[in-house]
Design a protein around this ligand. Structure first.
Ligand SMILES: Cc1cc2nc3c(=O)[nH]c(=O)nc-3n(C[C@H](O)[C@H](O)[C@H](O)COP(=O)(O)OP(=O)(O)OC[C@H]3O[C@@H](n4cnc5c(N)ncnc54)[C@H](O)[C@@H]3O)c2cc1C
Length: 268
């Protein structure tokens, strides 16, 4: 590893101050993506600001009809949380499907969405659930936050502090995972609340996570896997093709995963 300055603030205020004054600084959360990229010299920040020493950034609460998840909450904590399992069991299952136990015990929700890997699981779940991302500066709807491959609406140095997830939806996530990394080759999240249905697809879009509106329209009429019969899956021309799967195959998988998610969410 090369030389860099390491900072470990103990309050959000201190972290804010550091990110405001340091040049070439990167935030460190679970390090599951940042450290490998630094080791490979794909990123070489001169300053690293570790968020691990700030208690106010971790933890899960239920506030009214919302789950409030601190940015430094690990995937394992979300997966094992009694609150999440009670309010949104599908979200606990999604977190439990991320990587392996090592990754789940280090990786955080804040780091995952800040990185916005096109094959990450949380972006699909949070988009379908209509979550709000809270930073040290503002609040962003998930639909405005995820802006493309590995890109978000975050400004340089902006710190995600928590994620607010509305509860009360019938929600499930189905993922066809890469056998090695377990990232989503295709992941589909389905949320039904009142008469509204949201379907978000991750792992496949050539521009990152996206909503599948044709499926939403069909599922709003009838919330069952069969309602997707005859609905064309997203066109391969807007999907990724790579050594793991062709765009055509991903288009097919979207239909399969969507049916599985609807079946789980509807409990039928
Ligand atoms: C082997 C392996 C398998 C994996 N499999 C999966 C998988 O199946 N599904 C999946 O979704 N993910 C998977 N991941 C990624 C994993 O979920 C990581 O947790 C995630 O990508 C990064 O989270 P982190 O907390 O480790 O962040 P870090 O690596 O510390 O940071 C990632 C980026 O986010 C920025 N950042 C971190 N926290 C904040 C914040 N609070 N505010 C603003 N910016 C911030 C950092 O500066 C950095 O640019 C895998 C990773 C590995 C190594």
């Amino acid at each position: 590893m090369y030389n860099f300055d390491f900072h470990r603030p103990s309050t959000l205020r201190q972290a804010n101050g550091l990110m405001g004054k340091l040049e070439d600084a990167k935030l460190l959360a679970g390090g599951q993506t940042l450290l490998p990229t630094m080791k490979q010299r794909l990123a070489s920040p001169g300053q690293v600001v570790d968020l691990g020493g700030i208690p106010e950034l971790a933890g899960i609460e239920q506030k009214g009809r919302n789950l409030v998840i601190g940015a430094m909450t690990t995937h394992a904590e979300v997966a094992g949380s009694a609150l999440v399992k009670a309010a949104l069991p599908g979200l606990a299952a999604l977190a439990g499907s991320i990587g392996d136990p090592h990754v789940r015990n280090r990786g955080t929700i804040g780091g995952s969405i800040a990185n916005n890997d096109p094959a990450a699981d949380y972006p699909g779940g949070l988009l379908a659930l209509g979550a709000t991302i809270v930073t040290n500066k503002r609040r962003l709807a998930a639909s405005d936050f995820f802006t493309g491959l590995f890109s978000t609406a975050l400004d340089e140095g902006e710190i995600i502090t928590k994620v607010i997830v509305p509860t009360g939806a019938k929600f499930a996530y189905a993922k066809f995972r890469n056998p090695a990394s377990r990232y989503a080759m295709v992941g589909v999240a389905v949320a039904k609340k009142g008469g509204k249905v949201a379907v978000a697809v991750t792992g496949a879009g050539s521009d990152g996570v996206f909503r599948w509106e044709a499926a939403e329209a069909a599922l709003q009429k009838r919330f069952s896997a069969k309602a997707l019969d005859g609905v064309a899956t997203p066109s391969a021309k807007n999907l990724n093709g790579d050594i793991h799967a062709s765009a055509d195959y991903r288009s097919h998988l979207i239909g399969v995963m969507a049916r599985r998610a609807v079946t789980t969410a509807s409990g039928k």
